[in-house]
Design a protein around this ligand. Structure first.
Ligand SMILES: [Zn+2]
Length: 347
């Protein structure tokens, strides 16, 4: 995505639009609530919640077929609102591949290279899988912050929960559908994915990455190299890289779900080991280290300037995840848009 495109994205879905949107949705919720209340008491059952959204000027109305007569519970309404946000974020993040979000068949959908995908409670499914949606897990559209939250040692209950969460990942592999990202990145299997990757030179290393992020990575590198000129910490970081890897047709180590490395849209920047410093929660766990108890100061964190350079171009850093992965950067502009974090390309 170019800087201009990004500007447009943030002008379009920036704070102003968000506030208007929120106001509309709040109005819509109030109308739905009042209407449900009235309907119950005055037997006006021929009206529907979706119909009332039209009265409120909610955008659902514009594309909802007139014949739709569906009762919408508050929980369904929250899902609908989230569906609208997520699908609009995707459309904004990949304007060259994803068309405008639209409300169809009582759900939000986007065309990806012309193939329509539905939000489906976060599952991102094509029409043919909607009837078996229950077989799939939702995608995690997680919170992501500019600042690392202050690190505190977890209490016993939290530690037990984290440990248990790690076991669960292994015992019950995720059942997400990959079709949305397979279609978006045109990489549905190993051979197809291999056709999409190109070898680039990054920080002096050759690495295979998806063709669509080559420019972003070149600009990240430019920014980091510029910082290194007057930031000794960044210079040291560059000198301490021990390997760099991008495309690798594989699943997420312990879950079986498809990693963004499989598409070449994630890269790992591995540093020379430093005694007592941890890089990746799973490596720590495998060594018998209580990974949830590893404070930031005992992790191999890149300098802030490095993290900021990646984030400026739409890459999330795995060091901000609970299951920390401090070597990992992944191109997910939709996560920034959903968290209303501007990517600061122009800085
Ligand atoms: Zn990785």
């Amino acid at each position: 995505m170019s800087g201009q495109n990004l500007n447009a994205v943030f002008q379009a879905i920036g704070e102003g639009a968000f506030l208007i949107d929120t106001a509309k949705k709040t109005a819509a919720c109030i109308v739905v609530f009042i209407f449900c209340f009235c309907a119950k008491h005055e037997d006006l059952t021929e009206y529907t919640a979706v119909k009332n959204l039209q009265t409120a000027g909610f955008s659902v109305a514009e594309s909802a077929p007139a014949e739709q007569r569906t009762e919408v519970s508050p929980a369904q309404m929250r899902t609908l609102n989230r569906g609208e946000e997520v699908m609009k974020a995707f459309a904004a993040a990949y304007p060259d591949r994803i068309g405008a979000a639209e409300f169809r068949n009582e759900d939000w959908a986007v065309p990806v290279y012309g193939k329509r995908f539905y939000y489906a409670g976060g599952r991102l499914l094509p029409e043919e899988l909607l009837s078996t949606a229950a077989n799939y897990d939702p995608q995690p559209f997680y919170s992501y912050h500019t600042e690392l939250p202050e690190w505190k040692p977890p209490d016993d209950a939290s530690a037990a929960r984290f440990k248990n969460a790690a076991n669960q990942r292994q015992e019950r592999p995720s059942r997400r559908s990959y079709l949305f990202f397979d279609t978006l990145l045109r990489a549905g299997d190993r051979d197809e994915a291999y056709k999409r990757v190109k070898s680039i030179r990054l920080f002096g290393w050759n690495v295979l990455v998806h063709y669509s992020i080559m420019e972003e990575l070149a600009l990240v590198e430019e920014r980091i190299n510029a910082s290194a000129e007057n930031d000794p910490e960044v210079k040291r970081w560059l000198a301490n890289i021990s390997s760099l890897s991008g495309w690798n047709w594989r699943g997420i180590a312990d879950t079986g779900s498809r990693s963004f490395h499989a598409y070449g849209t994630a890269i790992d920047i591995v540093m020379k080991p430093q005694p007592g410093k941890e890089t990746y929660w799973l490596w720590s766990a495998q060594k018998g280290v209580d990974w949830w108890n590893v404070s930031y100061s005992n992790r191999l964190h890149p300098p802030n300037a490095v993290i900021e350079a990646f984030e400026a171009y739409g890459f999330v850093w795995g060091g901000k995840w609970l299951f920390f992965d401090t070597m990992h950067f992944e191109y997910r502009p939709e996560i920034f848009i959903l968290n209303r974090l501007p990517m600061k390309k122009e800085k």
